[in-house]
Design a protein around this ligand. Structure first.
Ligand SMILES: Cc1ncc(COP(=O)(O)O)c(C=O)c1O
Length: 374
C-alpha cells in the first residue's frame, strides 16, 4: 500500500540519533538544527529519557483514564515547579493541535460563546477549530471553515478591541513567537492590551506555547516575557522529546466537570514517563540557561554575516532572514554539509530549532558550513 503523499520529502533516512546529531543508514552524521520541528528538547536518545521510557514500557505502558495514574500527578507538579505557573490544572492529550482544540473548546464551554480571534500567519494545528484559527486557507477544508474565526493583523489592537466588544468572542489565541509563520512577535503593549481586553469582555486568553514552550524561548514559556496570565496554555512538541504528548494548563477560574474533556491515549503511563524524563533533564542540566547562552552566541555570529539581513525570534527559536528564498540553501546544507535546518511560510527565512542541549562547537560547525554554502 503506498503512503498518502502529503509530505514533500528530503532524500535522507535517519535511523539513529545521539544528542544534536542523527545518522542515516550509511552512518553519515547530520547536525540537527531543526530538532524534528522543535520537538527534540533534551537531545536525541538522551540516557535519562531512554532509561525512563524503557523502564516504563517494561512495567506498564498504558492504561485508560478510568484509573488512578500517579505519573500524571507527578508530571503536573513538575510542570508547575519548573514553569512557575502556580495553581493551574493540567489536562493531557497527544499533540499540539489536540491541545489547542481542547483549549478552544474549554473557552467556548466557559464563556458560552463561539467566535475565535486569531492572527495573521499564525499556526495552531490541523484539527477542526485549531485549523480554522490557522491563517492558511490551503489547509482549511470546508468542514473546518464552518467555525467562526476572525483573523486579524498582529499588533492591530483597535481591531481586537472592536471585535471583542461585539460580545461573541470566546477566545483570543496567540503565539508569542510565531513558529511556522516565521518568528514574528507582537509588541509587549499589544499582548498586554489584548489580555486586558479579554478580561473586560469575558473572553479567554489562550497562549499557544506548543512550539515556544518548555524553555525554547529562553524562559519556560514565551508569554513570561510579558505581563499576562493566560487562561489556558497549550503545550506539546518539546514536552516528550519525540514521544507524542500534549496538554493544556487551565486557570482555576475554569471549573472542571466530569466528561467535559476526554481522550483514550492522553496522559498514558509511557507518555508521562517520557514527559517526566524531559522535565528532570531540563532541570538537572540547566537547559534554560544553556538556551540563553547559546542564543546569545548564535546571534553574535549571525550578526557578522552580511548575507543575513535580519535575525528573528528568541532563545533557540530563531530565524535568519535573507533577501532570497532559502529552499535551495536548505537543500545544500542538507546534502552537501549534512545539516538540517527548518523553513517557514516566509520563504526567505531559515529556521533554527535545535535541541536545547546544543553547544558552541555545533553552532561553529553550522556557521562554517553556512558561509561556504552562501
Ligand atoms: C504553535 C503551534 N501550535 C500548534 C501546532 C500543532 O501541533 P501538532 O503538529 O503537534 O498537532 C504547531 C505545530 O507546528 C505549532 O507550531
Amino acid at each position: 500500500m503506498p503512503l498518502f503523499d502529503v509530505y514533500p520529502l528530503y532524500n535522507v533516512t535517519p535511523v539513529s540519533g545521539k544528542d544534536i546529531y542523527v545518522y542515516d543508514e550509511n552512518s553519515t552524521e547530520y547536525l540537527d538544527l531543526y530538532g524534528g520541528h522543535a520537538v527534540i528538547s533534551i537531545g536525541h536518545a538522551h540516557p535519562n529519557y531512554v532509561e525512563a521510557v524503557t523502564n516504563q514500557v517494561k512495567t506498564l505502558g498504558f492504561y485508560s483514564n478510568a484509573i488512578q495514574n500517579p505519573l500524571q500527578v507527578e508530571l503536573a507538579d513538575k510542570i508547575e515547579a519548573l514553569s512557575g505557573c502556580k495553581d493551574y490544572e493540567l489536562f493531557l492529550c497527544n499533540s499540539g493541535a489536540e491541545a489547542n482544540e481542547n483549549a478552544l473548546k474549554l473557552a467556548s464551554f466557559k464563556t458560552g460563546k463561539s467566535r475565535v480571534i486569531a492572527f495573521k500567519n499564525g499556526f495552531h494545528g490541523r484539527t477542526s477549530a485549531a485549523v480554522a484559527a490557522t491563517d492558511n486557507p490551503n489547509i482549511v477544508a470546508p468542514i473546518n471553515a464552518q467555525q467562526k474565526v476572525t483573523i486579524l493583523e498582529l499588533n492591530d489592537i483597535l481591531g481586537v478591541k472592536a471585535e471583542l466588544e461585539k460580545g461573541d468572542v470566546c477566545a483570543v489565541i496567540v503565539e508569542f513567537i510565531q513558529g511556522v509563520g516565521g518568528l514574528d512577535q507582537g509588541t509587549s503593549d499589544f499582548f498586554e492590551q489584548v489580555y486586558a481586553l479579554c478580561k473586560t469582555n469575558n473572553t479567554m486568553f489562550i497562549a499557544d506555547e506548543v512550539q515556544s514552550g518548555y524553555g525554547r524561548s529562553g524562559k519556560f514559556f514565551a508569554f513570561q516575557y510579558y505581563n499576562v496570565t493566560p487562561d489556558i496554555i497549550s503545550i506539546a512538541k518539546g514536552m516528550g522529546n519525540g514521544f507524542p504528548i500534549g496538554g493544556i494548563l487551565i486557570h482555576p477560574d475554569i471549573e472542571a466537570k466530569y466528561g467535559m474533556l476526554g481522550t483514550t491515549f492522553g496522559g498514558n503511563h509511557l507518555a508521562c514517563a517520557a514527559g517526566l524524563a524531559v522535565l528532570n533533564t531540563i532541570e538537572e542540566e540547566n537547559l534554560i540557561d544553556n538556551v540563553n547562552a547559546m542564543s546569545e552566541y548564535f546571534i553574535s555570529i549571525a550578526k557578522t554575516i552580511p548575507e543575513i539581513k535580519n535575525i528573528k525570534g528568541r532563545g533557540l527559536m530563531l530565524g535568519l532572514e535573507f533577501d532570497f528564498e532559502v529552499g535551495d540553501l536548505r537543500k545544500k546544507l542538507i546534502y552537501d554539509y549534512h545539516i538540517f535546518t527548518g523553513g517557514a511560510s516566509n520563504k526567505k527565512l531559515l529556521r533554527i530549532l535545535p535541541p536545547l542541549t546544543i553547544k558552541k562547537e555545533h553552532i561553529n560547525q553550522f556557521f562554517e558550513a553556512l558561509k561556504k554554502a552562501l
